[in-house]
Design a protein around this ligand. Sequence first.
Ligand code: EZ4
Ligand code: CO
Length: 404
Amino acid sequence: MSRLAEARVIVTCPGRNFVTLKLTTEDGLTGLGDATLNGRELAVAAYLTEHVCPLLIGRDAGAIEDTWRYLYNGAYWRRGPVTMSAIAAVDTALWDIKGKAAEMPVYELLGGRCRAGVTVYGHASGATVDRLLEAVGRYVELGYRAVRVQCGVPGLAAAYGVGRGELFYEPAEGGARPREELWSTAAYLSTVDEVLGAVRERFGPELELLHDAHHRLTPIEAARLGKTVERHRLFWLEDPTPAELQSTLRTIRAHTTTPLAVGEVFNSIWDCEQLIREQLIDFIRMSVAHSGGITHLRRVLHLAELHRVRSGFHGATDLSPVCLAAALHLDLAIPNFGLQEYMHHTPETDAVFPHSYAFRDGMLHPGEEPGLGVILDEDLAARHPYEPALLPVARLADGTMHDW
Ligand code: EZ4
Ligand code: CO
């Protein structure tokens, strides 16, 4: 294939910040990769601009695996969200270029489709149970077959996952310092079983229900929660504990058959190797943008397939339409697909990133455009300059810092 002639980083804020890498070959093919790391965007932009882009010029655009190893093994300093997001952007853009060169959608290059479409789940939330039930009802009307449910907690001003908007949830906020939220595990655990029970009762046995505990519990608290909510038959309980200590999942697993999903903050196969090998989880939630791109995430899913672990790729609004498209191509082509997260981007974001993927009957379809099927409107992007925004932090009532 032809050589890379240009590598540029585009930072834009159409409603929220996105970092995009655009690669151009000598014969004019372009590829896009998402490098957005929520609240730390400019660190990845600088890693790319200062340390990666200069290495790419003149390289064979077709050498995807070799370029991955050149950037990963070649840096000596391995892994971490900044490095792996930068490598992911290069890798994703190279797959986009290869698809365009072959005049095929990327899923064809990955082995072809294994299913008709990509079943997705939406995010329903409400400050109260009644509000939550209304929100779930709206997703059901839209055709969703799976919904994540998050509810306000009496006594806590802000609970994770309870959105301000209708069809999206955006936790990052502007300001020089992160917003501080009060957290109480006791208050949360005293209501969550009732909340999930109310949703199951209203919507019946067919709708798939998910819930995200967002890394806030101890292993034994998580074990108790998983056991308590078993009768509501969740599709998954997400991030019950901070999972970088992989052996903690053994405790939870020993006590409950509630399926477990973790991994949205992971960035390499080494963050989940034990979890997968010991079958301590049911779904792996890494994203293309934070986990070394299509090449590395595919490797994780091949390992997972051996151990009957399925995909549940992260699809929050802080991952750009480029990342979502890449996830959809991989979702179609892997044998062990589970479910794809889908939070609507704002109309401003969709205007900057026109795309071929589309929602029909509870599924997303990546479309048949060559490559990933996403464009970046650079003129429009330039009209939305970067605006610093940070994720909140959480403290207990006595001031102790807690996992947000
Ligand atoms: O808090 O992507 O399951 N989804 C999530 C997300 C994360 C955000 C952080 O940037 O947990 O809402
Ligand atoms: Co989550």
